[in-house]
Write a protein that binds this ligand. Structure first.
Ligand code: PAF
Length: 321
């Protein structure tokens, strides 16, 4: 409805020779200063510049518009224009994307970024496009690590019985059951209070998020498990995107690329500086972790994807240098 109305205003403006301005709302789960906030702002600034001011933008940060699942639904019904989101809930809409959520699949940041910027990344953006969403560009959340309030986690045995919040993602939940924890899926906006009130003992997220959300206020231990790479993606509402001219679509795609680049640069910076910040704020950071036993136990989660799609995509991802 909103886009029908703005379309009408744009047509009227064209008829009178006055340039109409369209304001784009970019939703995300974190603070404006976070890696997502930096990326959202880069999108807004780039789009504004490319369109010579025809498009303006504003952030709806910190889950103001709900959790990531709610925001994705908002794109589908056109109540929201754009979202920077992790792939956490995306597999519920586009199951092929579960391939990217498999634990211990990506070797490092270079591997993940090469896959997402290449043929495989484009194929998955196209799949997103077949599911009433528009995938503009792969962005980044980072490698996820376990935090908790109970004890240092060094081995899978240390996870036993820990109530651990996971994203609403079947691959992650199966992986954590396999590794011995009790996974509790929950939307991110509920997480801080859940940890504060002891509803869950811990959670898992990249250093980028642990620092942005100041989890040191409710968590004592961080284990650098790096158990899964967490991609993010810049998604647009198909209702908005289909209302754009080809030239405007090009601006949106370019702005999404600028957003991803800015977010990745911030991830790089926080991967360097973030751990010191966690220590400074009183967290015990556990680095001497043998990942092999975690990986062996998490392997069962691959079947969430491979039972439906086979192993081809997994093999292709592993083969990317
Ligand atoms: O844990 C999550 O839900 C995600 O990593 C977050 C923090 C919303 C960022 O995408």
């Amino acid at each position: 409805m909103k886009h029908l109305f703005t379309g009408f205003i744009a047509a009227a403006a064209l008829a009178t020779g006055v340039q109409a301005q369209q304001n784009i709302v970019v939703g995300h789960a974190l603070s404006p200063a976070s890696h997502y906030g930096v990326g959202a702002q880069a999108f807004i600034d780039t789009l504004n510049e490319l369109s010579d001011g025809a498009f303006t933008g504003e952030q709806a940060p910190a889950g103001q518009l709900g959790g990531e699942r709610d925001m994705i639904e908002g794109l589908q019904i056109g109540s929201l224009d754009l979202v920077v989101t992790s792939t956490g809930p995306l597999g519920n809409f586009v199951p092929e994307v579960f391939a990217l959520d498999l634990p211990f699949l990506f070797r490092d940041y270079d591997h993940a970024r090469t896959v997402l910027d290449g043929e495989i990344g484009q194929e998955l953006l196209d799949k997103i496009g077949e599911n009433n969403l528009v995938g503009l560009a792969w962005s980044e959340n980072g490698f996820r690590h376990v935090t908790n309030s109970q004890r240092p986690v060094r081995t899978p045995e240390d996870l036993a019985g820990l109530k651990l919040r996971t994203m609403e993602n079947r691959v992650h939940m199966t992986a954590f059951s396999g590794m011995g924890a009790s996974p509790t899926p929950m939307a991110f906006p509920e997480l801080f209070t859940a940890m504060q009130q002891g509803v869950v003992d811990g959670q898992e997220n990249p250093v980028t998020v642990i620092t942005a959300a100041k989890f040191w206020e409710v968590q004592d231990y961080v284990s650098l498990t790096g158990h899964v790479y967490s991609p993010a993606v810049v998604l647009a509402s198909p209702i908005l995107f289909d209302s754009l001219s080809d030239e405007e679509k090009g601006w949106f795609m370019e702005a999404a690329k600028a957003s991803a680049a800015a977010t990745r640069a911030e991830v790089n910076r926080l991967e360097e500086a973030g751990v010191a910040l966690l220590i400074e704020n009183g967290m015990e950071v556990i680095t001497d972790i043998d990942k092999a036993p975690f990986a062996a136990l998490a392997e069962a989660s691959y079947s969430v994807y491979t039972d439906q799609y086979g192993t081809e995509m997994v093999d292709r991802i592993k083969a990317v240098e």
